[in-house]
Write a protein that binds this ligand. Structure first.
Ligand code: DX5
Ligand code: ZN
Length: 215
């Protein structure tokens, strides 16, 4: 599978999000990763559907929306309406995970399931028909700029093996947190194909250089 780079606007300029996504588009990003935090599921608060709708006109790149929110089933429709192309929910946040994933798919967008670092992926075999991507969190969600958790490489290998064994090699494995040119290489070797990167991309002299160094 081709490797895709999804810069996270969490590390971008909150006063100029339209220009931020435009710059990422021109710099060769494959997707825009949008981190939604509710101050409940994670101890941080970012933005919701109005911001996503507002930046939608600045790029035609897919919006990869990562919902770090409690009870996401209550608002997935709002995020899809605002312009999400992929909606990822956390396994830990969903009491009825399969139903929520089906809800996302039925609305015509791609569905993803995210697992926190300490969450086992035991439920995955039972929901493979309902997911387009598996997001292996490589930090505890909530903040950008944290260090990559190396034990997650084992989780990636286990997920890739599980997908292979079940004829689901087209399902994406996305990694998020502490991704830089060094850890990206390790993740790809472990089976990941979508790289989310916030601080690495935005701390480079230009976002184009940050993306290029990951490529
Ligand atoms: C963490 C978010 C990430 C974050 C990654 O809660 O889900 O997408 O922006 O940031 P870096 O790349 O700086 O670890
Ligand atoms: Zn994220």
């Amino acid at each position: 599978m081709p490797i895709q780079i999804a810069p996270s606007i969490l590390s971008g300029d909150f006063a100029n999000m339209g220009q931020t996504v435009k710059a990422l588009d021109l710099a060769g990003a494959d997707m825009i990763h949008i981190d939604v935090m509710d101050g409940r599921f994670v101890p941080n608060l970012t933005f919701g559907p109005p911001l996503i709708a507002a930046i939608r006109e600045y790029t035609s790149l897919p919006f990869d929306v990562h919902l770090m929110i409690a009870e996401p089933e209550r608002s997935v429709a709002d995020y899809i309406k605002a312009g999400a192309d992929r909606v990822t929910v956390h396994a830990e946040a969903c009491l009825h995970l399969q139903r929520t994933l089906a809800l996302i798919r039925d609305a015509g967008v791609k569905a993803g399931v995210a697992f926190n670092p300490a969450t086992a992926v035991d439920a995955l075999p039972y929901i493979l028909d309902d997911v387009d991507l598996v997001l292996v969190m490589t930090v505890n969600p909530g903040f950008g700029g944290q260090s990559f958790l190396a034990p997650m490489l084992h989780k990636m290998r286990a997920v890739r093996q599980m997908l292979r064994d079940r004829g689901r090699d087209q399902t994406h494995i996305e990694v998020d947190g502490g991704i830089n040119d060094r850890t990206a290489k390790q993740c790809i070797a472990a089976g990941a194909d979508v790289l989310v990167a916030g601080s690495h991309v935005f701390s480079a002299p230009t976002v184009a250089q940050g993306i290029a160094s990951l490529r």
